[in-house]
Write a protein that binds this ligand. Structure first.
Ligand SMILES: *Cc1c(COP(=O)(O)O)cnc(C)c1O
Length: 392
């Protein structure tokens, strides 16, 4: 686990991204955090060590990255995992190690990453942890229909792929009055745009594979919390179940995060140029971007986010076949799953990332296209997409 001290909390975002957990290495003075490959660490006497014993339980490169990102989330504790889903699985294990009088039900916002839905509905639910999909835009309904056996509420904001935004503070207060743990998947916003812990979330989770890594070259997951008791339980299962990342992967995420702020500024700026093209294009039915005043959750986004992010989704008037053709027709935007890296990506969620949600309450429209707008030159991105839209 990486722990954040009070002093670093006072520094600005990019200063923390570049320095938190990353003091020069004391024996050599190396400015860049070394990739510590050693699986085991010498002890001066039995049980007398320098903070590390065995690399599943703790590794210096991992601790640096855990401290760095926890500090950006304004959380006290950070834990790294082998993937976003491994991080999610570790959080769900809180339901097994917490007080048995507490509920076991998982409430999931009705738009979420397909893999999160699959993990909850197909892996955890059959093990005796029931789940329900809930509409988190309707807070009165959430209050009125709250199942008594709820142990955890899980939300993404903005969601994948519809980019709906939810009021974290309001949902956290409803959930806390009813004794549930609040988990926010902050993958799309990143800590640069939104810090859920400061809004009342108990646990924040990331697919570090996306914006944190930022270069499509590492799969990773991350969990942050400021609740000492939850941190202790999460650390227990991180070690006991063992889904930890390799030191090299931690290094790549650590390196990626150093430039998070400058990348996010450019992602947001380029996304706005793309949104401007789409809202004026005849072939486009709806543009989904949290900055648009008619977007579901625009108010929540404007209140809790610093800017609106690099993800843009849209539907086409001409339907599914046209959407598949556009996804095929771009050249600067690469047709691929995943998101959040320097290069722009285009995909058809219904046939790609969200296929596992088909037939469920989380099914996505088949005329939907999702863009991860990268940090190339905006003019090239706009030209490329405009050309592809002209093919329909
Ligand atoms: C990709 C993603 C995940 C899963 O992360 P992996 O690193 O692929 O395991 C979880 N949540 C969201 C929002 C994602 O986009």
């Amino acid at each position: 686990m990486g722990d954040v001290d009070q002093e670093t909390e006072l520094q600005g975002f990019s200063t923390r991204a570049i320095h938190a957990g990353q003091d020069p290495e004391p024996t050599t003075g190396a400015v860049v955090t070394p990739i510590s490959l050693s699986t085991t660490f010498a002890q001066d006497g039995v049980g007398n060590h320098k903070g590390f014993e065995y690399s599943r339980s703790g590794n210096p490169t991992r601790t640096a990255m855990e401290t760095q990102i926890a500090s950006l989330e304004q959380a006290r504790h950070g834990l790294a995992f082998a993937s976003g889903l491994a991080a999610e699985d570790n959080i769900l294990r809180l339901l097994t190690v917490q007080d048995p009088s507490k509920g076991k039900r998982i409430l999931l916002g009705n738009d979420a990453y397909g893999g999160t839905f699959r993990l909850i509905a197909k892996v955890w639910s059959p093990m005796g942890f029931p789940w329900s999909a809930v509409d988190l835009t309707d807070l009165d309904a959430l209050r009125a229909n709250w199942p008594d056996d709820t142990g955890m509420i899980w939300l993404e904001t903005p969601t994948n792929p519809l980019l709906t935004c939810f009021d974290i503070e309001a949902i956290a207060s409803i959930a806390h009055e009813r004794g549930a743990i609040v988990v926010v998947d902050n993958t799309f916003a990143t800590p640069y745009l939104q810090q859920p812990i400061t809004l009342g979330a108990d646990v924040v989770v990331h697919s570090a594979t996306k914006y944190l890594g930022g270069h499509s070259d590492v799969v990773g997951g991350f969990v942050a919390t400021s609740n000492d008791e939850l941190a202790e339980k999460l650390t227990f299962t991180q070690n006991a179940a063992g889904a930890v990342p390799a030191p090299f992967d931690c290094y790549l995420v650590l390196r990626g995060v150093k430039t998070l702020a400058v990348r996010m500024d450019r992602h947001c700026e380029n996304a706005r140029a793309i949104v401007d093209l789409l809202v004026h294009h005849d072939a486009v039915d709806r543009v989904l971007y949290p900055q648009l005043p008619d977007h579901p959750g625009h108010e929540a986004a404007a209140k809790q986010m610093k800017d609106f992010g690099g993800m843009v989704s849209f539907t086409l008037k001409a339907g599914k076949d046209a959407a598949l053709r556009v996804a095929d027709a771009t050249s600067v935007f690469t047709l691929a799953e995943s998101l959040g890296a320097v290069e722009s990506l285009i995909e058809h969620p219904g046939a790609m990332t969200h296929m596992s949600a088909a037939g469920s309450p989380l099914e996505v429209p088949d005329n939907l296209i999702r863009l991860s707008v990268g940090i190339e030159d905006a003019a090239d991105l706009v030209d490329d997409l405009a050309t592809a839209l002209d093919t329909i």
